[in-house]
Design a binder for this molecule. Sequence first.
Ligand code: GN1
Ligand code: MG
Length: 363
Amino acid sequence: MALLSPITTHFLNDGQLMSDELIERGHINRTYMSVIRTDGVTERFIHQHINKFVFPNPPAMMKNIRRVVDHVNAKTPNIAEHLTLIPSETGKDYYLDENNEYWRCFRYVEGSTTFDIVPNPDIAYKAAVAFGSFLNKLSDLPTNDFHITIPDFHNTLFRLKQFDEARRNPAPGRIELAEDEIAFVESNRALAGRLMQIVHNHPEAIRIVHNDTKVNNVLFCEKTLEALTVIDLDTVMPGTVLFDIGDLIRTGTSTAAEDEQDLTVVQFDIEKFAAIIRGFAETTGKSLHPAEWSAMPVCGAVITLTIGIRFLTDYLTGDKYFKTHRENHNLDRCRTQFELVRQMLDQLPQLEKIVAEAKAATV
Ligand code: GN1
Ligand code: MG
């Protein structure tokens, strides 16, 4: 209770904070749920403390998010599927506390649930349709006036540079345990430019994308298991749709948690891959560039490699970026990612066939 009581009143002035709890969500921001009573009505809210090390300009980020929320809601007739961003007493979409820390507030979407591991291809398909529909709703937004919350976010070549730098100056005792993973990066450097080629050669393909399409960023109705809405809009900014397809493949096809330590249970599920490709093809397929179709079979491997490199770099640097909860946590995360990449690349001919079939059904 003590934690949020100085915060919630700046967003919900007339409300009485009944209870709050820290919830385990994400590797970057700190997230809380509150129960607030206003005029006898009890409602739940999500409050987030924004990580300024990762997002140095929270007001600009919140401007992006306000824009996206309003734009998507205006195109979403069913109010149960809306995200509601609550402004603070100043009218801004954040509250700056006395320690110079930024907070924001959303209404909790009641009756919703999320999946960290996708139980079946149908859920994978629905998640892909949810992200694809989100992208369609944003497709008329101009790309040039979005604030770039994190430059080079999915630029694998830039991530390799950060990795090289971390290798040159590792935190003590870190490099020894990571030799196999370092070797894995070295043997897959050729993959790194695959999506950036599109960004550089086909600027006409660039549009506003989500950029953090982890499957648990889709809220599903807990009763019907229909997708309600997508959340976590911190990195909504220009990119290729393949960033989003790739990150959903990374998280939506794995049979294990991102930080699973037993790699024998980490399996890439090709049926879920096919469901994700179908979901994106049906929603965004007609607007995709030929170069995006060509790279689609490897986009999951590229994004999974990219996030794996980021986990490895953070491990080598001493865990400065991602929150960790145990020793070698980032190294464990990196290992699951590289295991998935290995399996995706082993099955590349089958993935190409799945994409070719989806393309034939679409264009
Ligand atoms: C971070 O905090 P979360 O889980 O929403 C990261 C993503 C990674 C993800 C890996 C801003 O997202 O890029 O894919 O961890 N977000 C940022 O699970 O770096
Ligand atoms: Mg995120």
